[in-house]
Write a protein that binds this ligand. Sequence first.
Ligand SMILES: Cc1cc2nc3c(=O)[nH]c(=O)nc-3n(C[C@H](O)[C@H](O)[C@H](O)COP(=O)(O)OP(=O)(O)OC[C@H]3O[C@@H](n4cnc5c(N)ncnc54)[C@H](O)[C@@H]3O)c2cc1C
Length: 444
Amino acid sequence: MLTLRKSVQMNITKTDLPRVVIIGGGFAGISLAQKLLKLPVQTVLLDRHNYHTFQPLLYQVSTSGLEPDSIAYPLRKITRTNSGGYFRMADVNGIDPEINTIHSDIGDLTYDYLVIATGSKTNFFGNKSIEDNSIWMKTIPQALNIRSLILENLEQAVVTDNPEKRKSLLNFVLAGAGPTGVELSGAIAELRNNVVPKDYPDIDPDEMQIHLLEGLDRVLPPMSEQASKKAKEFLEELGVRVHLNTMVESYDGYVVKTNTDLELKSETFIWSAGVTGAPVKGLNASALVEKTNRYQVNVFNQVNDYENIFAIGDIALMQSREYPKGHPMVAQPAIQQGNHLAKNISRILKGKKMEPFDYYDKGTMATVGRNRAVVDLGKFKFGGFFAWYIWMFIHLWFLIGFRNRLVTFFNWVYNYVNYDKASRLIIRPFKGYKKVMETTQKQV
Ligand SMILES: Cc1cc2nc3c(=O)[nH]c(=O)nc-3n(C[C@H](O)[C@H](O)[C@H](O)COP(=O)(O)OP(=O)(O)OC[C@H]3O[C@@H](n4cnc5c(N)ncnc54)[C@H](O)[C@@H]3O)c2cc1C
């Protein structure tokens, strides 16, 4: 009886096949799972959501350009193709490497090999006032919070007779001019330029201000100087006010204070200034690099001190001469590490030695509203319409699922032709709904 209970956990029967448990159905986790399903292993994919999120297009959900289900993909659709594969919706809260077991809100599960692919979370750098009062975008519910907040503030601005309140409702402030801040502020500017004049005749679009604050001396710091310069030009053409060398010091829900004499009254303050790893408790201290919250891994993605525990994607810190700070926390290293680890697990099963991971940098890009994007592709750096065209093609290509590609493509064509953003709906209000905030804004 006891044996039976032990061998069936999370309603998954332990077979003779080695069990590989993957925590996280992001880019890294699903790339690995898709490959493992073809190998003689029992693959168990765990995630706290029952869907994969295509994070690069979250900003389009926030700004009413796309419906959330265009950028989400059911994780069960990945595991169902093979009887050796399982998905369980579980929030993993601990690892006990001594007994090869993970702990979660739906129970424990033993593993032969564990792969941690939990990605990253928003980094507030310890600033409590920002964490308590700002809004940010890492998940679909959070993107929907931003969408609701923007639209609710516009609705409220129309009816308020207090000029100071109106100004604060129409001031949109973003901190951090990395790809997320740049893309989001560009899309809010498009909303202001194309939708507000038609939908809100009581609001003069010039009243609606968009401020992008960046602590460094250029936007898009991870990209080339050329891309930064071009992106700043594009943002300013769209009417975004870019403030460089400006660090946010606090936000109390009403006023954004900075390290310069710039102070902005705003009821929408979006924090897009950085991420940090999202580790799970339980491994030795030497496994985690505290400064970045990422697991230290070797060239095989094996976590420091452990033979059968691997980390891939944003959560993995693989340092090399070329990447002394680890790989950039973007989709490509995650996808490539997932694919590569599947090959290495196959090699382990055949009694062969693992092969080291070698990252192939396919370039970086960011879009700034319609017709404008910047691309760094090795020696080739360019911006404008052609870059935007490439940006669209690549994002469509990497979206998971044929339906998602089709719906997104249709929406983009519709938005492009009509200068419209069709999903400007307050389905689930954000303001005043403390409960919603507690459940969807908390760091998960
Ligand atoms: C707004 C935004 C825009 C971006 N734009 C781009 C871009 O344009 N190009 C680009 O290349 N990259 C972009 N990125 C970065 C890119 O999305 C990440 O690098 C990539 O998602 C990392 O993949 P991952 O699999 O490591 O983690 P993720 O994709 O974050 O997946 C982690 C998964 O683990 C799950 N999880 C975490 N902890 C637990 C737990 N304890 N229990 C259960 N499940 C858990 C999460 O629910 C999630 O599904 C962007 C990121 C954001 C937030």
